[in-house]
Design a protein around this ligand. Structure first.
Ligand code: SF4
Ligand code: SF4
Length: 369
């Protein structure tokens, strides 16, 4: 299987202010080009594009290509499940919207602390097993946005899970809010293959600071930035699929060319990426180096570097959805930034001389108000 999946979450729109107004005719041309170039993995989700993505996938892919020539992945919207009775209703609706009899890949969408406890309570894993026995699901996994410790717990409790979908890209590899590397290591420990989401961090690894751009150009004058991020994702051990939300024909051509036979990054290229990460980090809103000296002295137990990472993510991407999600994940388990006592005990411990309580106040304004 080729490693590039077509994500149906950033499709072309007829009206840029209406996320549900998918341009079906344009999407068909993108799908045709992608398939013509030898790729066939499509990823959708119940809530994508105001609940119109699954139907678009039906109209652009399922109804136009033989079912066994394409691979369809869909996700149970855990956020909408309030009782065990919701699973069969949502699942039946998904089959109908997609126009399929079965899903090749099926995921519990967005597993984190809260959704995992609820999925356990409502019997999500048993429901999926039942659907696998009925032949409605071929392979089962979940998408994950939380701490590696939780990932380890889920995979230990559920060895039947066959794969994991992770946010993985070079800037989040060591990001303390996302921890791509550590999550990938947990997958490796459990022998689970990985599907990558957000390889370009919502496009932010395509528009890089000038200094970073220069470094990449010096090494490989003709290689676009997107190639570096896609190849980084594809180069990681256990990764068998890299998703990209494509919305114009140039992107489809470029991504399929890169991912036709992605060249693994060499040692020198990893060194360049390391330098690029440092440059990006210099340009971030809060220059926290994640040394964690502050958390050792904080009497309130606030996960300070994680909240700063979420804040920086927002400032880097302009995307509140992703940054806010990571903030809430931590604030669900640990005290939120608003619980800072303003005792200032952390300040002398910070080698970056950050005014931590004041910056936590900025995080409160951004994420809690
Ligand atoms: S000022 Fe806030 S973050 Fe710093 S040590 Fe006190 S409670 Fe913790
Ligand atoms: S001490 Fe400063 S640099 Fe280190 S993790 Fe805390 S805020 Fe970040």
């Amino acid at each position: 299987m080729k490693k590039l999946g077509f994500g149906f979450m950033r499709l072309p729109l007829l009206d840029k202010n209406d996320h549900s107004s998918i341009d079906i005719e344009k999407t068909k041309t993108l799908v045709d080009e992608y398939i013509k170039r030898g790729f066939n993995y499509f990823d959708t989700g119940y809530g994508y594009h105001g609940e119109k993505s699954e139907e678009a996938l039906n109209r652009c892919v399922v109804s136009r290509y033989p079912r066994d020539s394409v691979i369809i992945a869909d996700k149970m919207p855990t956020i909408r499940v309030k009782s065990a009775e919701d699973y069969p209703v949502l699942f039946a609706n998904q089959l109908k919207r997609c126009g399929v009899e079965y899903f090749d890949y099926y995921l519990l969408h967005n597993i984190w602390e809260k959704s995992f406890r609820e999925s356990e309570e409502y019997g999500a894993f048993d429901f999926v097993k039942e659907k696998m026995n009925e032949g409605r699901i071929r392979r089962f996994g979940f998408s994950f946005h939380d701490r590696p410790e939780l990932l380890d717990e889920v995979l230990t409790k559920h060895p039947e899970v066959e794969f994991v979908q992770l946010q993985l890209n070079y800037i989040d590899w060591e990001n303390p809010g996302v921890m791509s590397r550590r999550c990938a290591e947990v997958c490796k420990k459990h022998g689970k293959p990985i599907i990558v989401m957000e390889p370009n961090k919502a496009g932010s690894l395509i528009n890089l600071p000038d200094e970073a751009e220069r470094l990449l150009r010096e090494y490989a004058p003709d290689e676009p930035n997107v190639s570096w991020s896609m190849r980084f994702a594809a180069s990681q051990e256990n990764v068998f699929m890299v998703l990209s939300g494509m919305n114009d024909i140039a992107q489809v051509k470029e991504n399929t060319q890169i991912m036709d036979d992605p060249k693994p990054l060499c040692a020198e290229e990893y060194e360049i990426i390391d330098k690029v990460c440092k440059i990006i980090s210099k340009s971030v809103a809060i220059p926290c180096t994640k040394c964690r000296y502050c958390t050792e002295v904080c009497p309130a137990g606030i996960p300070i570097p994680e909240y700063f990472a979420a804040y920086n993510t927002y400032h880097m991407t302009g995307n509140m959805g992703n940054a806010g999600m990571y903030y809430r994940r931590y604030a669900y388990v640990f005290p939120p930034a608003s619980k800072c006592l303003k005792c200032r005990q952390c300040i002398p411990s910070c080698p970056q001389h950050l005014d931590i309580p004041s910056l936590l106040g900025d995080a409160v304004s951004l994420f809690e108000e």
